[in-house]
Design a protein around this ligand. Structure first.
Ligand SMILES: NC(=O)c1ccc[n+]([C@@H]2O[C@H](COP(=O)([O-])OP(=O)(O)OC[C@H]3O[C@@H](n4cnc5c(N)ncnc54)[C@H](OP(=O)(O)O)[C@@H]3O)[C@@H](O)[C@H]2O)c1
Length: 285
């Protein structure tokens, strides 16, 4: 029997289908509205994005160095690639619990150090000394590490990194947080992210840039079924409303580099998902 004939005989199914269709249309309207509605400070972010474009040579001439923590992850790898391609630092120190293999002349300014995060302050504080800029893309999941393990990495390790960076003289700290971060949230993930954002702000960096991307769009090497499912469900949004809930890791990386080249006037700036997209656009913002 065709679905039409099946529905024809069942009024309650017809009503259900109509309600569902109405809900989908309503959701579509909300998402479209979110996509086209400008965010607060949009013009300023676009000015920053435009100013960043073509500023690489000028910045390179200032001979700055940076460190990246979490460089082996999906965003971290995209960030290293972006930094290497734009070649803005005199030296780039990659700090992590393992090394990656980089071959080729363009990676010649990279140096890698393997650390034990449990002994970060005691044994590795020197690594954080004297950098102008620090990037942090560290993080795990509750599924992978349990609730305590998640807090240890996403809060404790990140805060240890931020404190060492501040003590080491880092002038601009760039932190990858998450959409929905809120220290008062009742969800562990968003609560921890919000707490870290707030605690980093209290450290008093000369410049602090916090990035809150939505669901990261990337062909993740590691198997994370929940995240995979969310990505599949959100794939249409990537095309029709790209700045609402999703963010490719390359976009986060571009936004971070543009925030270094053309920082905000404010000492601490939070870039929500749409702002991350705008900042990443450069001249075409
Ligand atoms: N997944 C999303 O959709 C999403 C959305 C918004 C924000 N975020 C946040 O963005 C950040 C980066 O996400 P991502 O997906 O790019 O990260 P990822 O691929 O999971 O990589 C995380 C990084 O943290 C390191 N790490 C994890 N557990 C560790 C531990 N116990 N000890 C030392 N290092 C550890 C990893 O090292 P190894 O490579 O050695 O494991 C890797 O360098 C995270 O804070 C995440 O919460 C994620």
């Amino acid at each position: 029997m065709s679905p039409k004939r099946l529905l024809a005989g069942r009024p309650e199914m017809q009503i259900g289908a109509t309600v569902f269709a109405g809900f989908v249309v309503f959701l579509g309207i909300i998402i479209a509205w979110l996509e086209v509605t400008p965010i607060e400070g949009q013009k300023g972010i676009c000015r920053m994005a435009e100013a960043a474009s073509g500023k690489e040579d000028e910045f390179r001439s200032t001979n700055q160095t940076a460190f990246v923590v979490g460089h082996t992850g999906e965003t971290g790898r995209a960030l290293v690639e972006e930094l290497v391609n734009r070649n803005i630092f005199q030296k780039l120190l990659l700090i992590g619990r393992r090394e990656l293999n980089y071959e080729g002349e363009k990676y010649s300014k990279l140096e890698q150090k393997v650390v034990d995060y449990e002994k970060l302050a005691d044994d590795h504080a020197d690594l954080f000394k004297g950098h102008n800029v620090g990037f942090c893309c560290l993080g795990t999941t509750r599924g992978k590490s349990g609730a305590e393990g998640f807090k240890r990495v996403d809060h404790d390790y990140v805060m240890m990194t931020a404190k060492l960076a501040k003590e080491g003289g880092c002038g601009h700290f760039l932190l990858q947080s998450s959409q929905g971060a809120n220290k008062d949230s009742s969800f562990l993930y968003t609560k921890v992210k919000g707490q870290v954002d707030a605690e980093c702000a209290e450290l008093g960096f000369e410049k602090l840039s916090i990035f809150r991307p939505g669901v990261l769009m990337v062909d993740r090497k590691e198997s994370r079924p929940g995240e995979w499912f969310a990505r599949k469900m959100l794939t249409p949004l990537k095309y029709f409303a790209p700045t609402v809930m999703t963010c490719p890791v390359e976009t986060v990386a571009k936004a971070m580099v543009n925030a270094v080249l053309s920082p905000s006037d404010k000492p601490a700036e939070i870039y929500e998902n749409k702002a991350v997209h705008l900042l990443a656009k450069g001249k075409s913002c």
